[in-house]
Design a binder for this molecule. Structure first.
Ligand code: SAM
Length: 441
């Protein structure tokens, strides 16, 4: 068994899934001798399925950047009777002018942050995507799909298994729009966690190089792709939380004496377990301008520890949806149900257009939105990512204002269960995913 290298996006397709993909594609392939391409061949997973299902083959080309995969595939290919060639090359940078009747692939899934600027620049040049604008935040698998589509003979068929981020990211949606406008989408099938040891759902698409005269309607949910993403700032009024010019001076302590009672609650760094509802402040602070005793207490305290402070009240910021902009793999929004003051460790939001706050809170925690936030965020190293306030405001998310009354009512129930901690976000995700896909994709 070969050790898989995540830097090359190596996730193998199980044989059963590979065979199912070939079988499905067979119904669209004309009964002629086929030229076939697998641009990311790995250990020849698809080629084995192709041979098992006895396709009529003229020639086969495979590519892999990893020499170890090429050795395995070459060994397998050496026994084949038809013309074949395995290229130990970067498929995206290679400039072969060959076209194919059938392209089958499980492209490497590599986030754009892991691709160097230089490499992305090269990709754009070599792919000569003059008329196609590839979103700079695209995952590597999007480049594979674009290039493979350009390698199809007229009426050629492409079959790909792709991670579901194609359905819930802006770049994925742009690709999908391009695909639906220029090719005929024959099948689109969701498949739950097909990859060993990887908890990721995927989608299998089968596409023909023939423009679609009638628009494809998604197999599972019969709705056309809707163009309904907006910037988050259209949906939320977003502010940074309260900045205290000196936490040492302004945060209160129980041993401050009677004056402690005049301090105000604030959410600074609450210990958050599973529940996303923050009901209690974890600190208190003093503000200027409300009480003479507090004002002089603060001035004296600052003097005694020799710290310069601004002698004016800080603007209080309220909002029920709060977001800690330092994130790991899963950005979370919290519900500040008691409308407590919140520190600048958070972005604090109120919901616009009288949209129900708890539904907004639920939606912001679903995969569809979470992936958009991850895409807008920057890597800080050590698994930490950060979203600047302008990046947060400019994140493209589904426009929840387009949801129908009955959709809102189902979401409301789920949001309530999430809020009271009856169900966690994974359980809720499971309940609302279908509805969200139908409504937004
Ligand atoms: C997701 S795996 C799929 C392997 C196999 N087709 C399967 O489905 O089991 C993607 C393969 O693409 C290869 N790969 C990654 N980047 C590549 C590139 N730029 N050009 C060609 N192959 C690449 C990886 O080494 C890996 O073997």
């Amino acid at each position: 068994m070969i050790n898989l290298n995540p830097d090359f996006g190596q996730v193998l397709t199980p044989d059963t899934v590979a065979e199912m993909m070939i079988k499905r594609s067979l119904s669209y392939l004309k009964n002629k001798k086929l030229s076939i391409l697998d641009p990311a061949i790995g250990p020849a997973t698809f080629l084995k399925a192709i041979n098992k299902l006895k396709l009529n083959i003229k020639n086969f080309d495979g590519y892999d950047i990893d020499n170890r995969m090429c050795i395995i595939s070459n060994e397998y290919c050496s026994k084949l009777k038809y013309k074949n060639k395995i290229f130990n090359e970067d498929f995206l940078l290679n400039n072969n002018q060959t076209f194919y009747d059938f392209v089958i692939l499980n492209p490497p899934y590599i986030r754009q942050e892991k691709l160097s600027t230089e490499y992305k620049k090269k990709l754009k040049e070599v792919l000569k995507l003059r008329n196609i604008k590839v979103n700079g935040r695209s995952n590597l698998f999007i480049y594979f799909l674009f290039k493979c589509l350009s390698k199809l003979e007229k009426n050629g068929i492409l079959c790909a298994i792709i991670y579901d981020s194609i359905l819930n990211t802006k770049y994925g949606k742009e690709f999908w729009d391009y695909l639906s406008n220029n090719f005929k989408i024959l099948e689109k099938k969701s498949i739950s966690t097909p990859f060993n040891k990887t908890i990721i759902d995927a989608t299998i698409i089968i596409v023909s190089n023939q423009s679609s005269s009638k628009k494809f309607s998604i197999e599972n949910n019969s709705k056309n792709v809707r163009n309904n993403y907006v910037k988050l700032s259209e949906l939320l009024k977003i502010q940074r939380g309260i900045t205290l010019s000196s936490r040492k001076v302004f945060l209160s302590h129980k041993n401050d004496g009677d004056i402690y009672k005049k301090s105000l609650p604030i959410i600074m760094k609450p210990k958050i377990k599973d529940k996303l509802n923050i009901e209690y402040p974890d600190q208190r602070f003093y503000n200027f301008g409300q009480d003479k005793d507090v004002d002089s207490f603060l001035i004296n305290k600052a003097k005694s520890i020799d710290i310069d402070i601004k002698i004016k009240p800080v603007k209080l910021i309220f909002g029920k949806i709060i977001f800690n902009y330092y994130i790991r793999n899963s950005p979370k929004h919290y519900f500040n149900s008691k409308n407590l003051n919140t520190s600048d460790n958070f972005y604090v939001s109120t919901v616009k257009d009288s949209f129900p706050e708890i539904i907004a809170f639920l939606l912001l925690n679903t995969e569809l939105f979470v992936n958009s936030f991850l895409d807008s965020s920057r890597n800080q190293g050590n698994g930490l990512r950060k979203l600047q306030v302008y990046e947060y405001k400019n994140t493209f998310v589904p426009d929840w204002r387009t949801l129908s009354k009955s959709e809102l009512s189902s979401l409301n129930k789920c949001a309530y269960s999430l809020l009271i901690g009856n169900k966690n976000i994974n359980q809720i995700q499971f309940l609302v995913n279908d509805l969200l896909i139908k409504s937004f994709l």
